[in-house]
Design a binder for this molecule. Structure first.
Ligand code: PLP
Length: 369
């Protein structure tokens, strides 16, 4: 079904289905009413996936996920706001850098890369810094594959009257997120992760009244979420050139998503992929970086073998030649590598990937234990 292309075991870009890729075989004009209806239907579906139909709108944005994160922070946080950022990985650190560039006050809550944030730690941070107006939380820290407890964090923000902006980039579509329970003002994700579209479009699902209050706030023209929304509402068109093929592919990917059974079915498939991967890798002698409780079924970090012959670049190239693309580690302290379990793949691909890794280790003479 996937031909001879390598299987991407990476958290986006990832392996897409042939039907999703096929949806990109025609061109669309940005004035085309049919194209703009596709955009609208995509946005409606994205809001529905998060159960936000009544109070939330979806604003799509050209670019990779980071563009949408930066647009959300730069548009939704007032200039005199102060953002608490629990930091357990590289994507949390990226939020801190964005806030620094925007000259928005920010308080970091430093955590280990294998340590999910806790309500107690957040509560202490809020008590220490009464200036805090917002919390910017990464739901699934893709740098280790770590899951933060979003429901508890949302409940806490609601209790304390803090505005919560969630980077749900690598969880949206796979893990349950229900905006009806309250506490979340904005949710950011992108086309090319668990929705299994191609990369190129981010989106922010935001409370309508929060967005309405943000007119004129963004200091960036291209990343002004309010402007993007207002223009689209008025004209039905994208402000600036739309990523037409990406939108068409996302429409097709969403059709597949719903026919698969929506978020629950997708999450269940990824969980099976993840369990198959971890079982197979443990049988080869590998150890996971995270404990099972903190591990999300999206990407798994493994400790690198201690063997002196280990060289990730060489190992990567050999596994790539066998048809599987792995991912380097992104941790600061220990040597690791990562294997994704998302995309249009199932347990067969995971079994085959583990077998290819086993053969590669043997061929390169690397001992894992
Ligand atoms: C992928 C990802 C992003 C966005 O990264 P890009 O390189 O801009 O696509 C942001 N946050 C998380 C948690 C991610 O996994």
């Amino acid at each position: 079904m996937l031909g001879n292309d390598p299987i991407l075991l990476t958290p986006g870009p990832l392996t897409t289905s042939p039907t999703t890729r096929e949806a990109m075989l025609r061109d669309w004009g940005s004035w085309d009413a049919a194209f703009n209806r596709i955009t609208q239907s995509v946005c409606n579906d994205l809001v529905d996936i998060a159960h936000g139909r009544d109070d939330y709108v979806c604003v799509p944005l050209q670019g990779s996920g980071t563009f949408a994160v930066e647009a959300a922070l730069g548009t939704l946080v007032p200039r005199d706001g102060c953002v608490l950022v629990p930091n357990n990985g590289a994507y949390c650190a990226r939020i801190v850098r964005i806030l620094q560039r925007l000259s928005i006050a920010c308080v970091e809550l430093p955590l280990r890369e294998d340590e999910p944030v806790t309500v107690a730690a957040l509560e202490q941070a809020l008590a220490r810094e009464p200036r805090i107006t917002h919390v910017a939380q990464v739901h699934l820290e893709t740098s280790a594959g770590l899951l933060n407890p979003l429901d508890e964090i949302a409940a806490l923000c609601k209790r304390h009257g803090k505005s919560l902006i969630v980077d749900a980039m690598s969880s949206f579509g796979a893990l349950p997120i229900d905006l009806r329970t309250g506490g979340i003002d904005a949710l950011v994700s992108a086309s090319g992760k668990c929705l299994e579209g191609v990369p190129g479009m981010g989106f922010v699902i935001v409370k309508r009244d929060v967005l309405d209050a943000s007119e004129g706030r963004s200091r960036s023209l291209a990343l002004d979420l309010y402007d993007q929304y207002a223009y689209m509402k008025k004209t039905t068109q994208w402000r600036f050139t739309p990523p037409t093929h990406v939108v068409a592919a996302l429409r097709r990917a969403l059709d597949t998503f719903f026919s698969e059974g929506g978020q629950r079915a997708r999450g269940a498939r990824y969980a099976r992929n993840c369990a198959t991967l971890i079982d197979g890798m443990q049988a080869l002698g590998f150890r996971t970086f995270l404990c099972a409780d903190a591990q999300a079924p999206v990407i798994v970090t493994f400790h690198a073998p201690r063997d002196a012959k280990w060289n990730f670049a060489e190992f990567y190239a050999a596994v790539r030649d066998a048809g599987y693309v792995l991912y380097p580690g992104k941790l600061t302290q220990v040597e690791t590598f990562r294997v994704g379990c998302i995309g249009a793949i199932d347990v067969n691909e995971m079994h085959n990937a583990v077998a290819a890794i086993g053969r590669t280790l043997e061929r390169l003479g690397i001992r894992v234990r």
